[in-house]
Design a protein around this ligand. Structure first.
Ligand code: TYM
Length: 342
């Protein structure tokens, strides 16, 4: 069975971009067709200036939203990265396979490092972040990584590291590939269609959060920046604001952005329909989130069980990577292996 792994980083409130670019595919397709793991990647949230209490709060909220979006713990594994030591264990080995040049070429590193540098220094973990992400993926023998297209370069790195490790030390890792949704693989900021709608940005009015009230969603969509010109056409290059709205509408209604463009003769009705469609897509998610918040014990239980399952899947592969790269097996691991063989 295909193994799927993906994750979300608790650095801000989850957005419509996270949902349309990744989470919706996980809940509606991946968990039914694959052996799937979905992870709240909290260690990644420590790569930039952070408030510990906020990271804890956002991690719990992300877990609750993943379940609210429809992930069923009977069908897939939902867990928190820091609960499974194998991610950090494998990350170090992969740092011994990756090069510093590869890290410095990562587009997200360049963008985020420039931003962080303005406020002071850049954490070393921001540079090595993609290696930890590769460890997340490779520890599970992942075949497919469903993500928005901002993560494609990181998944490419995971592929390169898997191939390099296998060539040097013997076949250990499955070589994964990224999958993207057909529309809305990159939802843009409503106020700045040249930038991605990102949860860590400060520009609230351009970002639709999954827990925004319907009237807030409506206001944000109605105030979206559109381009000069009044004709409704789908052209990402010359009309990025309009193209973004058409893609959001298409993703929410199951339509095609180009065809939808032909159905409108003004921005006003397009914005109104887009706002309605987004509100309808988010409604069940908000309702289910509220129910789950009333039962935090349930969410804790799902995460506990998820971590146990994930550990069991990752441990043997990470242990083999430790042996393959030249490290002596830990005495207790050897004893466990011998016991198991008896
Ligand atoms: P993160 O937390 O930024 O985003 C989670 C998922 O949402 C997608 N996404 C978007 N898709 C379309 N439009 C947008 N505006 C948008 N914003 C976010 C992302 O592509 C992602 O799929 N590095 C990852 C987390 C991670 C991970 C992993 C993912 C860590 N380890 C292993 C997959 C596998 C990240 O920061 O995602």
């Amino acid at each position: 069975m295909t193994r799927v792994f993906s994750g979300v980083k608790p650095t801000g409130h989850l957005t419509l971009g996270n949902y349309l670019g990744a989470m919706r595919q996980w809940a509606t397709v991946d968990q039914y067709r694959a052996d799937a793991l979905f992870c709240i990647v909290d260690l990644h949230a420590l790569t930039v200036d952070h408030d510990p209490a906020r990271v804890r709060r956002l991690s719990r909220q992300a877990a609750t939203l993943l379940l609210a979006s429809g992930l069923d713990p009977e069908r897939c594994t939902v867990f928190v990265q820091s609960h499974v030591d194998e991610h950090a264990r494998l990350s170090y080995l992969l740092e011994c396979v990756a090069t510093d040049g590869e890290m410095r070429r990562m587009i997200q590193y360049k963008e985020k490092a420039a931003r962080e540098r303005r406020h002071g220094s850049v954490r070393l973990s921001l540079l090595t972040y993609p290696v930890l992400m590769a460890a997340d993926i490779l520890a599970y023998g992942t075949d497919e990584v469903p993500v928005g297209n901002d993560q494609t370069q990181h998944v490419e790195l995971a592929r390169d590291l898997a191939v390099r490790f296998n060539q040097r030390y013997g076949h250990t890792f499955v070589v994964p590939r990224a999958t993207n949704p057909v529309v809305a693989a990159r939802v843009m900021n409503l106020q700045d269609p040249a930038s991605k709608m990102g949860k860590s940005d400060d520009s609230g009015p351009g970002i639709v959060y999954l827990l925004d009230e319907p009237d807030v969603v409506r206001k944000k969509v109605m105030r979206a920046v559109t381009d000069s010109g009044s004709e409704v056409v789908y052209d990402r290059e010359s009309r990025p604001g309009l193209a973004n709205l058409l893609e959001i509408l298409a993703a929410c209604t199951g339509g095609d952005p180009e065809k939808l463009a032909g159905a409108y003769d003004g921005y006003g009705t397009l914005k109104r329909d887009t706002a309605d469609a987004v509100i309808e897509v988010l409604r069940p998610l908000r309702e289910r989130h509220q129910e789950l918040c009333a039962d935090p014990g349930y969410v804790d239980g799902v995460l506990r069980e998820g971590a146990g399952r994930a550990r069991g899947m990752a441990r043997p592969r990470v242990d083999s990577a430790y042996r393959a790269i030249g490290l002596l097996p830990a005495p207790e691991a050897e004893a466990v292996a011998l016991d198991a063989a008896r």
